[in-house]
Ligand binder design. Structure first.
Ligand code: HEC
Ligand code: HEC
Ligand code: HEC
Ligand code: HEC
Ligand code: HEC
Ligand code: HEC
Length: 353
């Protein structure tokens, strides 16, 4: 036999032996137990440590949070809708990372050796399920972020564990310079329509005294951007620098308010009933002092202004997701009653005029 042929045969034999040995070495013993399946894999998987522990596992150690959550809108097993703890906080356990097959029952667990993630950017978290997008089924409640929350975190208003519980903000001192604001207000001539201290008393503009600063700023910027339009305000805002708005709003927000008191008693009573039924208080408080500073106080505003604002939301002249929805089913008579109620309300938290 020629030398090169015998070498080739030798090589093939060696390869055969190596291949057979490799097969013996790498194939798990239980491989042929159930045909071409590894007999032990079921037990292997069953002993694999779960990463997700389920919400019930959190109950004993986090009683208060668990109670809020299980009574809240994110826990609705009857409808098959449950937003589990670990959806927002990440898995409560982990598998080991020691080696290829070591993961089976090692790895840290919360609270030993493992901290849960506490979501800080709730805008990013919550909009995964709640941002309005075309094609998302209407059953899933959706929001237009900018209109609904501006740039605020969702947790400013929503308790993440019971999202229909709306938080009330603690009053905070205004930002900006009140004295500089006064000078800007005088220079711009706001007093002609809003009064020198923001009490308009029969002038064409609404009261601004004691109004929430973030709301005044947002309203002013809305006129500037054209999102809100009004013939009186159009020319005014063009002449005010964006950088002056903080000081101007600080000035008006710190002035003492004065209730308009121009609704009659019967209308006021009807308005109070309707305000309760329409849940105005969720945002504007029971007496028209709003629960978050981005929402306007209504207390003390004149009846006519309140009615004109409500009509504007209904007919599309003013746009806001909340108010458009709320005014849709209310009539002009309802608006008149609501206007009477809030115009008679005390304009400060402590009940002062
Ligand atoms: C055996 C008791 C126990 C269980 C079970 C438990 N936790 Fe905790 N959890 C703790 C303790 C103790 C702390 C505080 C210490 C820490 O921050 O690690 C804590 C802290 C937290 C924190 C706050 C962490 C921080 O950095 O502020 C979150 C969030 C949390 N747990 C979520 C959960 C969730 C979700 C579950 C269920 C999957 C769960 N926990 C199950 C005991 C437990
Ligand atoms: C929809 C998302 C979401 C779900 C579901 C959720 N959490 Fe939270 N959780 C948060 C957010 C956001 C925070 C941070 C709150 C803050 O910054 O005020 C938080 C904070 C916490 C904290 C620490 C602060 C505190 O309030 O005590 C604990 C503990 C906690 N969650 C446990 C749980 C447990 C247990 C569950 C399930 C019963 C759960 N969470 C379900 C979003 C969620
Ligand atoms: C994994 C998806 C998911 C995430 C993340 C989530 N939600 Fe929800 N949310 C739901 C579902 C589903 C419902 C509806 C439950 C039902 O209809 O019973 C709901 C209901 C709500 C509701 C009540 C809507 C209504 O009027 O019926 C509010 C408010 C809400 N979520 C706010 C939040 C906030 C705030 C966050 C972030 C902290 C958040 N959600 C995170 C899925 C989610
Ligand atoms: C300034 C306060 C505020 C902020 C910030 C806020 N919400 Fe809301 N949200 C509310 C109020 C008030 C309601 C109405 C609750 C009610 O009807 O009882 C609401 C309702 C909702 C609803 C139900 C909408 C519907 O059609 O019924 C969803 C979903 C929701 N919010 C999600 C979010 C998410 C996600 C964020 C963060 C991007 C967020 N919210 C930020 C105040 C706020
Ligand atoms: C020529 C009269 C006039 C002048 C001058 C004027 N405003 Fe107004 N302002 C109005 C009227 C009218 C409204 C109500 C418009 C509407 O219904 O949208 C209004 C509304 C506002 C609002 C919204 C209030 C709310 O409750 O929504 C703010 C904020 C405001 N003005 C600030 C100012 C500031 C600051 C100045 C001075 C730089 C000023 N205005 C000057 C007439 C005026
Ligand atoms: C879910 C929150 C929410 C509820 C509930 C709500 N509002 Fe509002 N309201 C707002 C927001 C936000 C604005 C400011 C919108 C804008 O920028 O134009 C507003 C503005 C108003 C204004 C204009 C105030 C001004 O100074 O221009 C009036 C009037 C008003 N709401 C009346 C009501 C009445 C009456 C009810 C009950 C029938 C009600 N709102 C229920 C959120 C709410």
């Amino acid at each position: 036999m020629p030398k090169h042929i015998s070498r080739l045969i030798m090589l093939l034999v060696i390869l055969g032996v190596v291949a057979y040995a490799a097969k013996q070495y790498f194939t798990v013993n239980s491989f042929y137990e159930f045909g071409h399946y590894r007999g032990n894999s079921v037990a292997d998987m069953a002993s694999n440590k779960p990463k997700f522990k389920g919400s019930a596992s959190c109950k004993d150690c986090h009683k208060d949070v668990y109670k809020q959550w299980s009574e809240g809108i994110h826990y609705n097993p009857a409808a098959g809708k449950v937003v589990k703890c670990e959806v927002c906080h990440g898995p409560g356990g982990d598998r080991g990372t020691k080696g290829m097959f070591d993961h089976v029952s090692t790895g840290p667990d919360h609270p030993q050796n493992m901290k849960m993630i506490v979501p800080t950017d709730t805008v990013k978290l919550c909009v995964v399920c709640h941002e309005q997008i075309a094609g998302r089924p209407a059953q899933q409640k959706q929001i237009v972020i900018a209109d609904h929350a501006g740039t605020q975190q969702c947790t400013v208003c929503h308790n993440p564990h019971s999202p229909l519980t709306i938080n009330e903000a603690k009053p905070t001192p205004p930002i900006g310079n009140v004295t500089a604001g006064k000078a800007d207000v005088d220079a711009a001539g706001c007093a002609a329509c809003h009064g020198p201290t923001g009490i308009s008393d029969g002038l064409p503009g609404p009261n601004l005294a004691g109004q929430n600063q973030p709301y005044i700023m947002a309203a002013f910027r809305a006129y500037k951007s054209g999102a809100r339009s009004n013939d009186f305000m159009k020319d005014i805002v063009a002449n005010v620098k964006d950088s002056d708005i903080t000081d101007i709003s600080a000035y008006f927000a710190t002035q003492s308010c004065k209730s308009a008191h121009n609704g009659d008693a019967d209308a006021e009573a009807a308005g109070q009933k309707l305000a309760l039924a329409s849940k105005c208080a969720t945002c504007h408080g029971t007496n028209g002092i709003s629960r978050q500073p981005v929402w306007p106080n209504l207390a003390g505003q004149s009846k006519d202004y309140l009615v004109s604002a409500l009509q504007a939301y209904k007919n599309g002249g003013r746009k806001n997701g909340f108010m458009t929805k709320i005014t849709k089913d209310l009539s002009d008579a309802d608006f008149a009653n609501l206007g009477a109620y809030f115009s008679n309300a005390k304009c400060q938290r402590d009940g002062a005029e």
